[in-house]
Design a protein around this ligand. Sequence first.
Ligand code: ADP
Ligand code: MG
Length: 245
Amino acid sequence: MIRLTNIEKSFGPLAVLRGVSLTVAEGSVTALIGPSGSGKSTLLRCVNLLEIPEAGELVLGEETVRFTARPPDRETIRRVRLQTGMVFQNFQLFPHRTALGNVMESLLVVLKWPEAKARARAMELLDKVGLAHRADAWPAQLSGGQQQRVAIARALASSPRVLLCDEPTSALDPELALEVVEVLTQLAREGTTMMIATHDLRLAASVAQEAALLEAGEIVESGPARELFTSPRQERTRRFISTLR
Ligand code: ADP
Ligand code: MG
């Protein structure tokens, strides 16, 4: 479903991803853990081509992108973006759109759906995240947890193959984080493919079947989440996990 092979990404002289390979099966959830600055966000951004790697290969469904000195063309980038949904740490809702307007936006602007069809789909998604009753609220009128749930609904609007979540609970108090964990857990049960960068072991343990530890742009260890969290093979993994508890 998603296969990253030998992904390399630098910012100037700084090599941020140094040959990362990772496979995410359809319907599975992979937690990306690792210290701050290890390259988790950059890796997620390479999957939706918000960042363009210098080398390596990305397979996303039927799409195969080989990264060379020449960047992928705009049409390829557009097709890959349409197959991914992104959820950010700080929600990034459009402040001048209601909850419903936020979820409808890409359906209207990118996919050019008619208004009524976009509205129906957006209401369905707001209902899925438990916020149909707040459809007309402005982002500023919603709690952080509610804003993040709207952001999740928005990311799902175009039925992406994969939901990319970058520290989706990090900006939230534990109580509000819980409602986001519950929504992501439900999506996982329904078979939504996800990659989640997180420091939140509760989130990782309840949502992810697979996990990978990234350190300084390299995958130290990857495998079933439960094993990685409870009986890691690598000493470095054990040490990092102990900092999260
Ligand atoms: P993480 O999400 O694991 O904290 P990031 O992927 O955000 O790590 O960052 C990895 C490294 O890349 C950090 O050293 C960060 O400062 C650097 N970095 C990230 N984005 C950029 C950018 N656009 N320009 C320059 N350096 C960047
Ligand atoms: Mg990050």
